[in-house]
Design a protein around this ligand. Structure first.
Ligand code: PMP
Length: 397
């Protein structure tokens, strides 16, 4: 019989388990106020509009909407995305440079698949998005983390890392990052772009939260600064619904052929009916009004969270104050393991994600991810008050 070690491929050996999924199991009970999730707020899903769009597609296209389709994705949807880049970010991206993917999560997989050999250096910000760490780990890279501070990437550490390791890729979520809610300021982006300009590294800019902005300066994409070497990942999960699993890659010409081949090999194409329904929705409803509703709700909930933190948390706990997105980041005084705080919190029926899984070396982190998209303002005030009591006891302030 095969031993477990020889049963599984080598590539599975280093893929971290989603610790968050484990945590979520402990937080499903209704008494728990959970800041642990990472889901868009389902109360905002446009159910009625989706119903109308689905019926509209079947009426207009019938069997055609249920047939196999092209690997690159529905051309009109790619045109819509191209126009959106122009209107929102003044970026000139041709529809031919866009591939529709099964969520932006698949974009991460395809990029790593076409570029990463075992042992290749891969740069990323730390803390970083766990789903990207998982997707990349399958290709067994050597991760080269660079610290993320409250105003963006550590520019000097980045310069040293690019110089020393010359990574093929560097992965970043520069706007309202998951897990931290932190954005690279425009000044930070200028300095970071300057460092990349002197390297051979491709920058992977993942931006699922960019349109969920409540305040602050308009942040200009790295693609505006480094058009030939920035690969953009986008998603409809946070501005429409995640269940459709529709995202995209926008990449320079030289990557397109291999990306298309990898997409074909992975799943032939993204769900075509879902693409058609989404396009119908975009053509018959106002996604801008919908995004405004999402922003207003998340903005109020974020405001409730920062106000409660100011009242309840010890001053030595430093927190991000995100201008958008779904997450807020708390940094505990050194040496206090967030997992211990989690164990105490769960006894008080409040949950968050301890920072550990967002670091590639699996260290015991003193950081916490707090999600504000799914708990109402009263729940946020109560949950943060409970956490505040635990933190004050643990820190002794
Ligand atoms: N990137 C980041 C930073 C995310 O937070 C997420 C969703 N949690 C994804 C990519 C994947 O999103 P999707 O596959 O739904 O587009």
């Amino acid at each position: 019989m095969l031993q477990p070690d020889s049963l599984f491929s080598d590539r599975m050996a280093d893929v971290p388990k989603s610790f968050i999924r484990e945590i979520l199991k402990t937080t499903v009970s209704p008494e728990v106020i959970s800041f642990a999730g990472g889901l868009p707020n389902r109360e905002l899903f446009p159910i009625q509009e989706v119903r109308q769009a689905a019926v509209g597609v079947l009426d207009a296209y019938g069997a055609e909407a249920l047939q196999y389709a092209t690997s690159e994705g529905l051309y009109e949807l790619r045109q819509w995305i191209s126009q959106r880049y122009r209107s929102q970010q003044q970026l000139d991206i041709h529809p031919d440079n866009i591939i529709i993917t099964t969520g932006s999560q698949q974009g991460l997989d395809l990029i790593a698949k076409i570029l990463i050999n075992e042992g290749d250096s891969l740069g990323l910000e730390e803390p970083g998005y766990l789903g990207a760490i998982q997707a990349f780990a399958l290709y067994r890279p050597s991760f080269r983390p660079v610290p993320l501070h409250f105003d963006g990437l550590d520019v000097q550490a980045l310069a040293r890392s690019l110089d020393r390791f010359q990574p093929k890729l560097f992965y970043t979520v520069p706007s309202f990052q998951n897990p931290s809610g932190i954005s690279h300021s425009n000044a930070n982006r200028d300095a970071v772009a300057e460092v990349f300009r002197n390297s051979c590294t491709l920058l992977i800019e993942d931006n699922p939260y960019g349109e969920i902005r409540f305040s602050g300066e308009q942040l200009r994409s790295y693609a505006a600064r480094l058009p030939d070497r920035t690969v953009l990942l986008g998603s409809f999960s946070k501005i429409f619904v995640p269940g459709f699993r529709i995202g995209w890659i926008a990449a320079p010409d030289r990557l397109m052929e291999k990306l298309t081949v990898a997409k074909q090999a992975a799943d032939l194409h993204t769900n075509y009916f879902a693409q058609r329904v989404l396009l119908q929705y975009l053509q018959t409803s106002s996604i801008d009004e919908h995004i405004t509703r999402i922003r207003d709700v998340y903005a109020r909930q974020k405001q409730a969270m920062t106000a409660a933190i100011a009242r309840e948390f010890p001053a030595s706990v430093r927190c991000s104050n995100p201008d958008g997105g779904m997450f807020l980041w708390a940094v505990l005084p050194d040496g206090i393991p967030a997992r211990e705080v989690f164990d105490a919190a769960i006894k008080e029926n409040v949950a968050f994600v301890p920072g550990d899984p967002f670091y590639v070396d699996g260290r015991a982190a003193s950081t916490m991810r707090l999600n504000f998209s799914c708990v109402d303002e009263d729940g946020i005030a109560e949950g943060i008050a409970r956490l505040g009591t635990i933190l004050r006891t643990r820190i002794g302030e």
